[in-house]
Write a protein that binds this ligand. Sequence first.
Ligand SMILES: [Fe+2]
Length: 302
Amino acid sequence: MADMSFEPLEGACFGARVRNVTLTDLDEKAFRTLYDHWLDAGLLVVGGQFLGRDDQIAFAKRFGDLEFEMAEIGNMRKDGTLRPDDGSDDMMKVNRGNMGWHHDSTYMPVQAKGAVFSAEIVPDEGGATGFADMRAAYDALDEVTRAKIENLRAHHSLYHSQAKVGHDAKPVKDASVNTDDTATDQKGKTYGGYGFHDGPVSVRPLVKVHPETGYRNLIIGRHAYDIIGMSSEESEKLLQELVDFACQPPRVYHHQWEPGDVVIWDNRRLMHQATPWNFKQARRMWHSRIAGDPETEAAMAA
Ligand SMILES: [Fe+2]
């Protein structure tokens, strides 16, 4: 078999497609090569893997401890029926919310390091996942904006971001991701209220130095609001302007999925977004979330 190779993603200033690789079969040296390319590129796209549950979890653990092992993302219940998009299903509300650009778990006490995300069932069209490079976005800012935001901090909350899409969520006492793939779930509770905690609201800098690369990255997106020292309106305007500027070519890439695809993204650098598909068609994706290092990814005191 030819050696593992990395090709830049077309049209984007970040990301790489990995070829000639079997993710379940990497020795330590090959994994280190993959990891170094991941840090360089921010996003790796790998086709034809068809990872099983245990294999995906084991592979994700090579990147670090997991925030959660495996969450199903999509519009299917465990029994294969489709969730209604009529405002009655919490998972569909989370799907809607995830169409806004975001970093994962900025609303938690510790922001995620990254994710391994795979496709099992995909619709005929639509349902791409978008990625945007917040390192390149920071680099592209003018000096005045950079100086303005250098020491700013924003609140991050899933209540806030979901309320913006009409999801009035309440704290969930036993909030967790249901990773039991044999569970019968008829109530739209697969996501289990993950992120709807009643702990303190996380506060994060808008500009953050990446703990492994040393580059500055914007930390913005749909969970961010109420920059400290600004009015809500002023804060909303600035945050929206930053997202609008940041998420433009060549800093964006939308991945159109094939079954068996796996992507691995660096959540300390990239934002991502879901995109619509025909909800009459099934989509089943699997998300393993890599935990951030509390030394570097913890929220700040307000
Ligand atoms: Fe996400």
